[in-house]
Design a protein around this ligand. Structure first.
Ligand code: NAD
Length: 495
């Protein structure tokens, strides 16, 4: 029996409005998990006014006080692991194993990290950079943050946006993807229980074109942060630009996976399958384009196909299942369409590529060889369990191919040559380059892209910059009325 969930969590409690009726569907079973009424643009006005009113007191707390609340929130997220895992699995179809070992511990760790980072507002030393003045830097919360998140890691993406904003002293209104709102609503409840003051962090469900767009263009938003597709990110940027509002965008990716001739083939095969299939391939940093030395190509393709065949696809709640469905039938249709068009254009489907019978939005691990490098399967984001393979002709060509994309979020290079590894990490145009691995992330290090993958950072102390304004305070230390520099404006006869 589906449960009913509220449209929003605002000012410390659940709210329901008369917005459109909506069902949250489990993509593994096609069953309705929850019903709700979505929030509306009118709710955004209420939420943003609450955030505006609540932010000064939160921003006025000491870093240690904000840190204490976030540390308590980290403990409460950990304490709610079972509830969060169950909802994350039900609304996305990701495996219980992934949610238990990756999503929720990651959410706890990132929240704990920002509890610490809240106390580390670093800047230039207060000093006399001019002989007559003392200069100091204040880092002040930007104010109210409007944020919009995607469906692939609903809890994780919310945490990445919300925690640095709260640590910096901002108030945040979050709109999760409408198909996966459950864990964001729970997060807001846990935040209230942990002591985040009413109005400082709220969640509004709602559609992108209505509620997301209303947040992006809202007069009360001092910064708009967004994680999602490049196309929608540009709409968000346009809405924010109309008001001159700051934006931070974490967008799509098309990560190259470059295997040089001296690579450990076994490691590259394992890395490719894990990197391509994590979260059913619905990961913005997922390995999507294997670019492989000709001497390794055949063994690489055979090894990846063999390992993909061993991946158990099925009920995500079964601990033996390796991969669940993709997030929806609509999304599966998009993936299948791209693979089918690649096959029709002459690419070789080595593994997968066929939609299975039965309920659920399942799509098999898919390996495609011989792709045209101008084709959509090679250039556009598939966001599913699909890896293409192509070869290169020498180091320069490998790096050229890696960079032959509008995106620049993540990449990996596989080699045992330390000098080549250094050159590859310098030459590849992406916000993250892994050497001999692909996917791991850590809270201390920044995540964010170049080019069509957006700009600005999530995670790490760098992300605090998105939520802080830097103020220079310059104080005269001479007490002299007629200062030397006034001569540039006027000269008095007796001086
Ligand atoms: P999406 O762009 O379709 O939607 C993202 C969010 O934007 C959703 O909440 C949606 O409701 C909202 N939205 C839709 N139209 C809007 C509008 N006009 N104005 C404001 N908001 C609007 O993305 P998705 O399908 O939910 O997620 C998948 C995408 O997210 C992929 O492209 C993936 O690469 C990207 N992603 C990027 C990162 C990163 O860190 N770079 C992380 C995760 C996902």
């Amino acid at each position: 029996m589906p449960r009913t969930v509220p449209s929003s969590w605002l000012s410390g409690s659940a709210h329901s409005t008369d917005g459109p009726e909506h069902q949250v569907v489990n993509p593994a079973t096609d069953e309705v998990v929850a019903t709700m009424r979505l929030a509306t643009a009118a709710d955004v006005d209420v939420a943003m006014a609450q955030a505006r009113a609540a932010q000064p007191a939160w921003g006025g707390l000491t870093p240690a006080e904000r840190s204490g609340v976030l540390a308590e929130l980290a403990r409460r997220i950990e304490g709610a692991t079972d509830e969060l895992v169950a909802d994350e699995v039900a609304q996305t179809g990701k495996t219980t194993r992934l949610a238990t070992e990756f999503d929720v511990p990651g959410a706890v760790d990132t929240t704990a990290f920002f509890a610490g980072a809240a106390r580390l507002l670093e800047g230039k030393a207060t000093a006399e950079y001019s002989a007559d003045h003392t200069s100091s830097i204040r880092r002040e919360p930007v104010g109210v943050v409007g944020t919009v998140t995607p469906w692939n890691y609903p809890l994780g993406m919310a945490i990445w946006k919300v925690m640095p904003a709260l640590a910096a002293g901002c108030a945040v209104m979050l709109k999760p993807a409408e198909i996966t709102p459950l864990t964001s609503l729970t997060l807001a409840r846990l935040a209230t229980e942990a002591g985040v003051p009413d109005g400082v962090f709220g969640v509004l469900t709602g559609t992108g074109p209505e509620v997301g767009a209303a947040i992006a263009g809202h007069r009360a938003a001092d910064v708009v942060t967004f994680t999602g597709s490049t196309a929608v990110g540009r709409q968000v940027m346009a809405a924010a630009a109309a008001r001159g509002t700051r934006v931070q965008l974490e967008l799509g990716g098309k990560a190259p996976f470059v295997v040089f001739a001296d690579a450990d083939l076994d490691a590259a095969v394992h890395g490719a399958v894990a990197g391509a299939l994590i979260n059913s391939g619905q990961d913005c940093t997922a390995a999507t384009r294997a670019i492989v030395a000709p001497s390794l190509h055949d063994d690489f393709v055979a090894g990846v196909a063999e390992l993909m065949a061993a991946v158990r696809v099925g009920d995500p709640t079964d601990p033996d299942t390796d991969m669940g469905p993709v997030v929806s039938h609509r999304h599966r249709d998009k993936i299948a369409g791209m693979v089918d068009r690649a096959a029709a254009a002459g690419a070789r489907i080595v593994a997968g590529g066929v939609v299975p019978d039965g309920p659920g939005a399942f799509y098999p691990p898919t390996l495609i060889d011989g792709v045209d490098e101008q084709s959509e399967i090679y250039r556009d984001e598939v966001f599913g369990p699909v890896l293409t393979v192509s070869t290169f002709d020498g180091e320069d060509d490998a790096l050229r191919r890696a960079n032959d994309t509008d995106y620049g979020l993540a990449a990996s290079a596989w080699t045992r040559d330390v000098f080549l590894a250094q050159r590859a990490s310098r030459e590849i145009h992406a916000g993250c380059v892994w050497i001999n691995d692909h996917i791991p992330i850590i809270s201390e290090m920044p995540h964010g892209g170049f080019g069509a993958s957006g700009f600005g950072k999530d995670m790490s102390a760098y992300s605090l910059e998105e939520y802080l304004s830097i103020k220079h305070v310059m104080s005269d230390i001479t007490g002299v009325a007629a200062k030397e520099w006034h001569r540039a404006v006027f000269t008095l006869p007796d001086r």
